[in-house]
Design a protein around this ligand. Structure first.
Ligand SMILES: C[S@@+](CC[C@H](N)C(=O)[O-])C[C@H]1O[C@@H](n2cnc3c(N)ncnc32)[C@H](O)[C@@H]1O
Length: 260
C-alpha cells in the first residue's frame, strides 16, 4: 500500500500545517537543541517546505551554508521560493538513503518527520554518519503514533481509522528504535527529549484541525474504512469540540546525536 504522497496538493497541505503555532513551536525547540552557529555547514534531510532550512540559514548566516535535500519536486519548488532571499541555502533533489555529498561535508544535520518514510534506516543512518565530520551533530525527530490521544466517543471506529492512517508511513513506531539505530551507525546519543503537540481546543490554526482532514481522506479504502466511516469519525471529533470537551495530543521524539 502506498504511503503519503508529497505531490503539489500534499506539499501545500504540509506547508499549511507546518505554519500552525504548534509546529512553529516545535521548530523553535529543534533549533534551540541543534544550536546552529554562524559559518557552519548544515544539511536538512527531507527539507519539505523549507521552513527549517530558512531558520537554519538565518542562524548560520551568509558565511555558512544550508543544504536542503528532498525527493519531492513539489516540496522543493516551495522550499526554493522560501529560500530565494538567502542565497546560501541550496535546495536539491535527492533521497536520504543515498546522500549526494562527499564524506565529512557537514558540521550538523537534521531530519525532522522524515525517517519514518525511509524504508532502509540502517543505510540512511550510515549515509548520515558518512557526510558528517567526526564530532558533528545531528538531530532526528519522529512521531510514534502509539502516543496519539484524541477524544472520540466511538473508540472502535477511531482505532480502525488510526490503524489505516498508520499506513501513511513506512515506520509508524520508529522512535523506540532510533537511539539503538543511531548508536549502531556510529553516533553517541547524549540527549533525548519529547515535543508534545497538544490541542485542548479545536480551531483552524491547530495542528490537529489540519491533520483530521488529511487522515479522513487518506484512510478511505484502507483496512476496510469506508467514506461513511471517515465522515462519522470526523463528525465525532467535531462534536467533541462543539460540546467543549475536545482534546488532542501527539508526541514527537527528539534525538540529539554526535558522530564518533
Ligand atoms: C512531513 S514532511 C517534513 C518536512 C520537513 N522535514 C519539516 O519538518 O518541515 C516529510 C518530508 O520527507 C520527505 N521524504 C520522504 N521520503 C524521503 C526520503 N526517502 N528521503 C528524503 N526525504 C524524504 C518528503 O518528500 C517530505 O518533504
Amino acid at each position: 500500500m502506498a504511503t503519503l504522497e508529497f505531490d503539489e496538493e500534499g506539499a501545500r497541505r504540509v506547508e499549511r500545517t507546518y505554519a500552525t503555532p504548534d509546529v512553529v513551536a516545535q521548530r523553535a525547540q529543534v533549533l534551540a537543541l541543534l544550536a546552529p552557529q554562524p559559518g557552519e555547514r548544515v544539511l536538512d534531510i527531507g527539507s519539505g517546505p523549507g521552513y527549517l532550512a530558512a531558520s537554519l540559514a538565518d542562524a548560520v548566516g551568509p558565511t555558512g551554508t544550508v543544504y536542503g535535500l528532498d525527493p519531492s519536486p513539489a516540496m522543493n519548488a516551495i522550499a526554493r521560493s522560501r529560500s530565494a532571499t538567502r542565497p546560501w541555502i541550496r535546495i536539491e533533489d535527492g533521497d536520504a538513503a543515498t546522500l549526494p555529498y562527499p564524506d565529512s561535508s557537514f558540521d550538523a544535520a537534521v531530519a525532522t518527520q522524515v525517517y519514518e518514510y525511509v524504508p532502509d534506516m540502517p543505510r540512511a543512518l550510515a549515509e548520515l554518519r558518512r557526510v558528517l565530520r567526526a564530532g558533528g551533530r545531528t538531530l532526528v525527530l519522529d512521531t510514534d503514533w502509539d502516543s496519539l490521544v484524541w477524544h472520540t466517543t466511538d473508540r472502535e471506529l477511531h482505532r480502525r481509522v488510526i490503524a489505516a492512517w498508520e499506513e501513511h508511513v513506512v515506520h509508524p513506531h520508529l522512535p523506540c528504535l532510533l537511539a539503538g539505530l543511531l548508536r549502531r551507525a556510529g553516533f553517541t546519543v547524549p540527549e533525548q527529549r519529547v515535543v508534545v503537540l497538544f490541542n485542548p481546543q479545536l480551531h483552524a490554526q491547530t495542528f490537529s484541525a489540519n491533520m483530521m482532514e488529511l487522515i479522513a481522506e487518506f484512510v478511505v479504502g484502507r483496512r476496510g474504512v469506508t467514506a461513511e466511516d471517515a465522515v462519522a469519525w470526523l463528525g465525532d471529533l467535531r462534536a467533541r469540540a462543539d460540546e467543549g470537551d475536545y482534546l488532542f495530543s501527539l508526541t514527537r521524539y527528539v534525538f540529539l546525536a554526535t558522530a564518533t
